[in-house]
Design a protein around this ligand. Sequence first.
Ligand code: SAM
Length: 280
Amino acid sequence: MIDALPPLREVIARHDLRARKALGQNFLLDLNLTARIARVAGDLSACDVLEIGPGPGGLTRGLLAEGARRVLAVEKDARCLPALAEIAAAYPGRLEVLNADALGLDPMAHLAPPVRVVANLPYNVGTELLVRWLTPPQWPPFWESLTLMFQREVAERIVAQPGSRAYGRLALLAQWRCAARIALRLPPEAFTPAPKVASAVVHLTALPAPRYPADPAVLSRLVAAAFNQRRKMLRSSLRGLAPDIEDRLRAAGIPPTDRAEDVPLEGFCALARELARPAG
Ligand code: SAM
């Protein structure tokens, strides 16, 4: 038994928490599974955990039962608050619930470092939050690690390597400054209601510094331009970035006839450094 609280099916029935599609609600009701997800985040006993979208609280209970020092749970749907209040009462002083939209919130106003993020994210805001967490104004970011549920296809894009169709902006953004791996793969039936697609939990750990030096804004512009036209040769897809792009590609060690998906992270960083140099 994970805790002394009632089973989640009973909690959902008692509080009438019928899942709403518009809020991306697919709940995890198996507390053994939510405890497993919590364990992917490692030892949480000295950490504050930011959880987005706790819903009826299955993952929240996993995090607390696994020993998280404190959990800040941010939930947009006010219907979930009474169920979450019961969990807070069972773990005095360790769970704070905010009824808010995660996209409009500065979580650090409510957290003490070190912070880890663990969430079964609503799919409709998941990628947006991930990109935001990966592109803070300063590095290292406010979080040590991110343990996040995604549609499996998005998870594959985060960990993708050059030469694959999944390789692109998300892989480069994630892998430039993080170690990223898929920790768990889950079938649709793991959720209630079952979504149409399979899911996976991705674990990202922030590196103290980027793997290769590059200006974040230049790298971001470069990667966006390269993958906007991923089937084109780089000498044509990147023409708009510099008139002498072929020379700069060669100086970065990249054949100008390569396509975006052939170029490893190291190559994009080298080219970003070349592009940051004044012309001539
Ligand atoms: N964590 C729960 C679980 O594993 O069973 C619920 C997961 S469900 C996929 C996503 C949750 O995020 C829902 O409870 C939904 O109401 C909430 N949510 C959706 N959009 C949100 C937003 N912008 N900010 C905060 N929570 C949001």
